[in-house]
Design a protein around this ligand. Structure first.
Ligand SMILES: [Zn+2]
Length: 275
């Protein structure tokens, strides 16, 4: 092939790639990246919790003690009804996008906030006694917190600390932490918080914004870009989602949901770079 033709072909190839990329980006934004099938999501779920889950079909997720958890109750639910009584399919519906936390979420875009209580009970236990038997200490910037060892949650939190250990700017946002394990309901609800499962951490409270507090005081909504991106990236790299990305934001809250991180990466073809 002569050189001119080679160059021309290269240019065509480049234009096609650029076109494909721009198409992928606009398509991803328009469809909220909802391109991962339920079957693929369930396979990721089983893969992330091998201590508790064995397999999944389109109707049930099978646990190690041979319980069958319903995937989809087929009920048409409002957003609030999903929050109050989510099945597994509901809990995997919204796509969690990693990358620079600059985008403001759309109304009710709260990936991870819809949780299936039967699933979480199967993963972590459904009594205070069982839960507390799984907690292990994790050093956290001058103090020690307790986290469940199940599914590698405590080990993942240790790795988050290691990633941020040298970052003096981050430290002021991380410690003292506002809490990890706490057997309680989410404020204003009858739903168990991820803190009840020992699989969440609230970092330093002084700079925190929570949608319920702000609604009372009339403070302006939380801007995700005001929070250190390095902290968000460190947590997300270890399987934690951030409440600061939610429409109903909770900026100090990180919870261990490795399935949602993986599904989000799959949906965005490896995630977006943080510029
Ligand atoms: Zn929290």
């Amino acid at each position: 092939m002569n050189r001119k033709r080679h160059l021309l072909l290269d240019r065509v190839r480049w234009s096609l790639t650029a076109f494909a990329l721009s198409f992928t980006t606009s398509f991803a934004q328009a469809s909220d990246r909802a391109s991962v099938s339920l079957t693929a999501k369930l396979a990721i779920l089983v893969d992330k919790y091998p201590e508790s889950l064995v397999s999944a079909t389109s109707t049930h997720v099978v646990t190690t003690d041979r319980s069958h958890l319903l995937v989809d109750d087929r009920l048409a639910k409002t957003y609030q009804e999903k929050l109050d009584a989510a099945d597994i399919e509901d809990s995997l519906l919204q796509s969690y996008a990693t990358g620079c936390p600059h985008r403001l979420p759309e109304k009710n875009d709260d990936p991870g906030r819809i949780r299936s209580q039967p699933l979480l009970d199967a993963l972590y236990g459904n009594s205070r006694k069982t839960l507390e038997g799984t907690l292990v200490p994790v050093r956290w910037f001058g103090t020690t917190v307790r986290m469940t060892r199940l599914h590698g949650a405590a080990a993942a939190l240790r790795r988050v600390r290691q990633r941020l250990e040298q970052d003096m700017h981050a430290r002021a946002w991380l410690t003292p932490p506002a809490g990890t394990y706490n057997w309680r309901y989410i404020a204003g609800t009858k739903r168990r918080s991820m803190h009840s499962y020992g699989a969440a951490i609230d970092v330093h409270i002084s700079k925190a914004q929570y949608w319920r507090w702000d609604r009372k005081t009339g403070r302006e909504r939380f801007q995700p870009a005001s929070f250190p991106a390095a902290i968000v990236s460190a947590f997300e790299a270890e399987g934690f989602i951030w409440g600061g990305r939610w429409f109903h934001y909770d900026s100090m809250h990180f919870e261990f949901r490795p399935e949602l991180i993986e599904i989000g990466l799959r949906a965005t073809q490896g995630g977006k770079r943080c510029e």
